[in-house]
Design a protein around this ligand. Structure first.
Ligand code: BGP
Length: 474
């Protein structure tokens, strides 16, 4: 019998749970940031869609929507709230209840250990640039592995190291809000990969049946032309957002040309330790989680500028005309624009074929590693119409087109084992707050019970999964 494709949806602790200080939870760097003056909008994830109290309803709706898997993350500060490393039993209990619900419906959990929300006590010591972060993470990870064991068949260490480091140290829209700091970007990125390897080391000690992976945010870089200069720009962009995550995670080492390139860029690599590299070599992932939103379209850097913008406040007028996502590193590459490709209202390309390119290129470089598409989704401004419905045709169109290319890659032999829509319900979209909605299920934030209303895309996805599974059975 053919192995069943996992098809479900995804969320993350800080974005969905709310209950930010309940039942012994400590604060995370996102709690601190959102409660500080640095958060110009004043919008927080304090309540969000309150998954903490609505998990049973949300998981039931996934099951009713034919979904057979759920990706969520554990809040590190719920499990180890303070520096003293004392475990918060109530935190463990909460996720036990979430897992109970999943088991009730046969929904396979795919669980991330950290999705941007470091505990505040790590943040105060330097966050991802604190060299003790990997030992703290390994400790927390071992608590989770020992407690949940094989109840969780798919573990993810770190969500999107590249995008997280990028927003933290280059764009500056995520805490600690540093801008254009390539040195800390590299340091943070390195520490994240040590975290990944040390968590895997803890995981292997337990001989579980479960599998462990990492989630990558970016797809491979692309260019409109194939000249040597354009190819060089593509290579540098891959150094910048792909190779430093995937090479150590999958191969167990950084490639020589990459190391030479970053040294030539003037990055001080004195944070690299021989014993970390040994641990990385011995502790690679079982599967790759790949988030798919868009491509990195680049050209040679002619501006001489190093600068980064993302869909944050000030770059987000919701019209799609001026808002752009751009990145440029002097001498390496800069973002290109294809006039034939549509942008979403946040300035991000809608380019479904990038899903195929991403998956086939992963196979080209890394062979048959199992891949789960851990996020794919479309942010929109949305409201309920006079009939009480949310007609998100644009999302359906988006998902249908991306799924076409994902399934094509799978049919052609890429080892795609799962797919997750980002997100199951509407939730806190980081610095975009609540107006940018991604959910298959609408959340009425005005309603005191945070009423859930399945969108048209929810029913479309339900039917898509049914047909897909029927075809697999025949
Ligand atoms: C991914 C993150 C998610 C999610 C999504 C959409 O990078 O892993 O947490 O938020 O992007 O991004 P945004 O909410 O910024 O539009």
């Amino acid at each position: 019998m053919k192995e069943k494709m996992l098809m479900g949806s995804a969320s993350a602790a800080y974005q969905a749970e709310g209950a930010w200080n309940q039942d012994g939870k400590g604060a995370s760097i996102w709690d601190d940031f959102c409660h500080s003056e640095a958060n110009e909008t004043g919008i927080t994830g304090d309540v969000s869609c309150d998954f903490y109290h609505h998990y049973a309803e949300d998981i039931r709706m996934m099951a009713e929507g034919n979904q057979n898997t759920f990706r969520f993350s554990i809040s590190w500060s719920r499990i180890v709230p303070k520096e003293d490393r004392v475990v918060n039993e109530k935190g463990l209990e909460f996720y036990d209840k979430v897992l109970d619900e999943c088991e009730k419906y046969g929904i396979i959990p795919n669980v991330t250990l950290v999705h941007y929300d470091l505990p505040d006590y790590i943040g105060r010591k330097g966050g991802w640039c604190y060299d003790g972060v990997s030992d703290e993470f390994a400790y927390y990870a071992s608590v989770v592995f020992k407690h949940y064991g094989d109840r969780i068949p798919l573990y993810v260490t770190v969500n999107e190291p590249n995008h997280n480091a990028y927003c933290d140290y280059l764009v500056g829209n995520y805490p600690p809000n540093e801008k254009n700091n390539l040195q800390d970007y590299a340091h943070c990125g390195y520490n994240m990969m040590v975290c990944n390897a040390k968590a895997i080391m803890e995981f292997r000690k337990l001989n579980l049946k479960a599998k462990i992976g990492i989630v990558q945010g970016a797809g491979p870089s692309q260019s409109l032309y194939e000249t040597p200069e354009y190819q060089q720009a593509v290579k540098y962009c891959d150094y910048f957002c792909n190779d430093w995550v995937l090479d150590p995670a999958i191969l167990g080492y950084y490639k020589e040309d990459f190391v030479e390139a970053i040294k030539a860029k003037g990055i001080d690599l004195s944070f690299v330790k021989k014993e970390d590299l040994e641990i990385m070599k011995e502790n690679t992932i079982d599967f790759l989680g790949q988030n798919i939103y868009s491509r990195n379209l680049v050209k040679p850097n002619t501006s001489g500028v190093t600068a980064f913008t993302v869909n944050n406040k000030g770059n987000n007028d919701g019209t799609g005309k001026t808002a752009r996502e751009t990145r440029a590193i002097e001498g390496w590459f800069e973002t290109d624009r294809d006039p034939n490709t549509k942008l979403n209202p946040w300035g991000r390309e809608i380019y479904p074929r990038c899903a195929y390119v991403t998956l086939t290129k992963r196979k080209e470089r890394y062979g048959d590693i199992p891949i789960y598409v851990t996020e794919n989704g479309h942010g929109m401004y949305e409201s309920v119409d006079d009939n009480g419905e949310v007609n998100d045709e644009a999302r359906i169109d988006f998902l249908e087109n991306y799924l076409y290319w994902i399934m094509k890659a799978k049919e052609e032999g890429v080892n795609v084992k799962g797919y997750y829509v980002w997100s199951n319900t509407d939730l806190y979209s980081w610095i975009n707050g609540y107006k940018k909605r991604y959910g298959l299920v609408f959340v009425d934030y005005e309603d005191k019970n945070l009423k859930r209303i399945p969108k048209k895309s929810y029913y479309w996805y339900k039917e898509y999964i049914r047909k897909y599974m029927d075809n697999m059975d025949n």
